[in-house]
Design a protein around this ligand. Structure first.
Ligand SMILES: NC(=O)C1=CN([C@@H]2O[C@H](COP(=O)(O)OP(=O)(O)OC[C@H]3O[C@@H](n4cnc5c(N)ncnc54)[C@H](O)[C@@H]3O)[C@@H](O)[C@H]2O)C=CC1
Ligand SMILES: O=C(O)[C@@H]1CCC=N1
Length: 276
């Protein structure tokens, strides 16, 4: 495998641009990358930001493609794959999909069969190189191809490989959708402080920095989140009152139910049945 495999991105939206940005920031040569999408404005933004070749025709960069990165919405994935099937069967590149609820088997079938496919679930903090991606490789993916996929998503954050494709449903519900849970918690903290009279701008800044600081501390610390939580709780102090209130309202059960709902929807989108 060449040092910098030729990577062709199909779709140039939020996630594709986040990954492209990470690769360029890590020194990936722009002339080894390319993107296609129907929206000329998005392509212009990608070309201006990263200096990569772009096209409105998905076939344009197939001839020398080593890995095809499918970054379109699940709803258009079948049509996009079927349109690329002939070119893919001639070239037989690694296929990487980031679409929620689309299985390796579906992608392989739509592209004509018998292909190495990596299914990945990234998340939007990839835009600031703090992404968390779960990856699964079908049995046809070689070690060298696994490394290509790993390098792709390591450029925008951390990577966790799963040995069972079903685990991607859990990753989707945990870290794929997870940024939205954190934003909602920030939103709730901001609103609560504003309701107590703090000016809304300060409430927002303090809420965001608190989440950021706590995440950084948990990342660097040897202690578990449960232990770090205890360190904030002075006996008879303020935090204890808030945590007691969360416990009385069974916050953990609420989070568990929400994550199970997202997990169930991921199965549903794939046309599969979630285990009981
Ligand atoms: N937004 C999120 O938090 C996450 C999204 N995903 C997955 O990433 C994928 C892309 O999501 P976003 O980047 O957020 O969406 P987006 O809407 O920003 O990007 C979709 C891209 O596909 C392009 N496109 C549409 N039809 C096309 C066609 N026929 N051929 C080529 N390109 C076409 C659009 O022009 C656009 O560039 C989805 O499958 C989603 O499930 C995965 C993890 C997290
Ligand atoms: O909500 C969704 O379906 C996608 C997948 C994970 C994050 N966004």
């Amino acid at each position: 495998m060449k040092e910098h495999p030729q990577l062709t991105f199909i779709g140039a939206g939020n996630m594709a641009r986040a990954i492209l940005g990470g690769l360029i920031a890590n020194g990936y040569p722009a002339n080894r990358l390319a993107a296609t999408a129907p929206a000329e404005q998005e392509l212009k933004e990608a070309a201006d930001a990263f200096g990569i070749p772009t096209s409105t025709d998905n076939q344009t960069f197939m001839a020398d493609c080593d890995a095809l990165i499918l970054c379109v919405k699940p709803q258009v994935m079948q049509a996009v794959c079927e349109g690329l099937a002939d070119a893919v069967q001639q070239r037989r590149p690694l296929i990487v999909s980031i679409a929620a609820g689309v299985s390796c088997e579906q992608i392989e079938a739509w592209l004509g069969g018998d292909l190495p496919v990596v299914r990945c679930m990234p998340n939007t903090p990839a835009q600031v190189h703090l992404g968390a991606s779960g990856l699964y490789a079908n049995p046809r993916v070689s070690e060298a191809q696994r490394e290509i996929a790993d390098n792709l998503f390591s450029a925008v954050g951390i990577v966790a490989w799963t040995s069972k494709q079903e685990d991607i449903h859990t990753v989707t519900a945990l870290s794929g959708s997870g940024p939205a849970y954190c934003f909602m918690f920030m939103e709730a903290m901001e609103e609560a402080a504003a309701s107590l009279g703090l000016n809304p701008a300060s409430a927002r800044t303090l809420a965001i920095q608190t989440m950021r600081g706590a995440a950084e501390l948990a990342t660097r610390s040897e202690e578990s989140p449960a232990q770090l939580k205890k360190r904030v709780m002075s006996p008879g102090g303020t935090t204890e009152q808030a945590i007691k209130s969360f416990e009385e309202q069974d916050m953990k059960a609420m989070v568990k139910t929400a994550i199970r709902k997202a997990w169930g929807r991921s199965y549903e989108l794939s046309g599969e049945r979630a285990p009981e």
